[in-house]
Design a protein around this ligand. Structure first.
Ligand code: PLP
Length: 359
């Protein structure tokens, strides 16, 4: 038996919808399943949705629509995956890196200092490992300093703060449907916004900026080929049918690990008034996590060090960074544990037993 971090988990209806998509001959980056997928996301999170080939594409479109360009700064979570930051570089703007605090989420105090000193035009906040950031405080700060808020909720579909979906607080939010996420289309993303007009601008840019007013190909600006295939959207529709089940299982897996390992590890906290999807169970240990990583690898159990903060990446050399160094402490001590929703209590017990042996 092998245990992966977060493998795809089919609902069982993927083949039915795929067959329907193929029979309709909409084998294209548009079609009834794309429309249905967008509608279902909209109903679920309560914000207008644009289906795309990735969440990274969504972040890029958000920056482009908001007019972020070469002379601009964009504050961004430091303790995150590089995809939160790459789109800033696509726009030739300058990232300003903001550390996390003891919640593992972006530190509002460090963000405020950066907002005062750097005056970034936008802020990209990651809801890390599927848990909600302190998004109300961050929204207030962005409003106060006049910066656009973009939420990288790639890992946090279905997570809530004060009963409102993460990804819907900012001007834009993104969710990922990459193969390792809570739900997958085999590669895909969704951009959401309550501002219909802004989202329509993103929609036009996602399809090579063809002006929809003309029957011919009319282009006032340059665009991208970022749309989601109807075939992949069919998989997305099948996956959306089991979203609540998947979140409940991820949260259950977290609880099983916590019961097994509470004396041996410190788990990622959940901030008050939030309800995260616990996409990955993550924890910090008192020994070098690479010892656990290598030992478990020999047993077919996949673990992964926590995100290496962006300010430690060669890519980010010379960029401004605000914080207290909490992200790097987490990186030095933490691991992501196998969190696939096919796992049962005895699987978690097997992984936990091997971790205890290492300790
Ligand atoms: C925090 C974060 N942001 C962005 C992305 C990018 O998503 P995608 O692979 O859909 O572009 C991911 C995952 O892949 C992620 O974990």
């Amino acid at each position: 038996m092998r245990y992966y971090l977060s493998p795809p988990h089919q609902s069982g209806r993927e083949l039915i919808y795929l067959q329907e998509a193929l029979e309709s001959n909409y084998i294209a980056p548009l079609g009834p399943f794309v429309d249905r997928f967008e509608k279902e996301i909209k109903t679920y999170v309560g914000s207008n949705a644009l289906a795309l080939c990735s969440a990274t594409a969504g972040l890029h479109l958000a920056l482009r629509v908001l007019g972020i360009e070469e002379s601009d700064k964009v504050a961004v979570s430091d303790f995150t995956f590089v995809a939160s930051l790459n789109p800033i570089l696509y726009q030739k703007a300058t990232p300003v890196l903001i550390d996390c605090d003891e919640t593992w989420q972006i530190d509002p105090n460090a963000l405020e200092e950066a907002l005062q000193k750097e005056r970034p035009k936008a802020v990209i906040v990651t809801h890390i490992y599927g848990q909600s950031a302190k998004i109300d405080t961050i929204k207030e700060l962005c409003d106060h300093y006049g910066s656009y808020l973009i939420e990288d909720a790639a890992e946090a579909l279905g997570s809530k703060f004060l009963d409102r979906h993460t990804g819907t607080f900012g001007t834009f939010g993104v969710y990922s449907f990459n193969g390792n996420k809570l739900l997958t289309t085999g590669g895909g993303g969704v951009l959401v916004s309550s501002d219909e007009e802004l989202l329509e601008r993103a929609r036009v840019l996602s399809a090579q900026a063809k002006d929809p007013k003309y029957p011919w190909y009319e282009h006032a600006t340059y665009g991208y080929n970022y749309r989601l295939s109807n075939i992949l959207a069919a998989i997305g529709v099948a996956q959306m049918e089991v979203i609540e089940e998947r979140i409940a299982k991820k949260r259950q897996i977290f609880e099983w690990y916590q019961e097994e390992l509470q004396e041996y590890a410190t788990f990622m906290p959940q901030i008050p008034q939030s309800h995260g999807n616990r996409w990955l169970t993550t924890a910090i240990f008192d020994i070098d996590p690479l010892k656990i990583y290598h030992k478990l690898q020999t047993l077919g159990i996949e673990t992964r060090p926590l995100w290496k903060p962006m300010h430690l990446q060669p890519l980010c050399k010379g960029l401004r960074w605000y914080g207290q160094g909490i992200g790097q402490e987490l990186f030095a001590r933490g691991l992501c544990l196998p969190s696939g929703t096919q796992m049962e209590q005895e699987d978690v017990a097997i992984v936990a037993k091997e971790i205890k042996r290492c300790l």
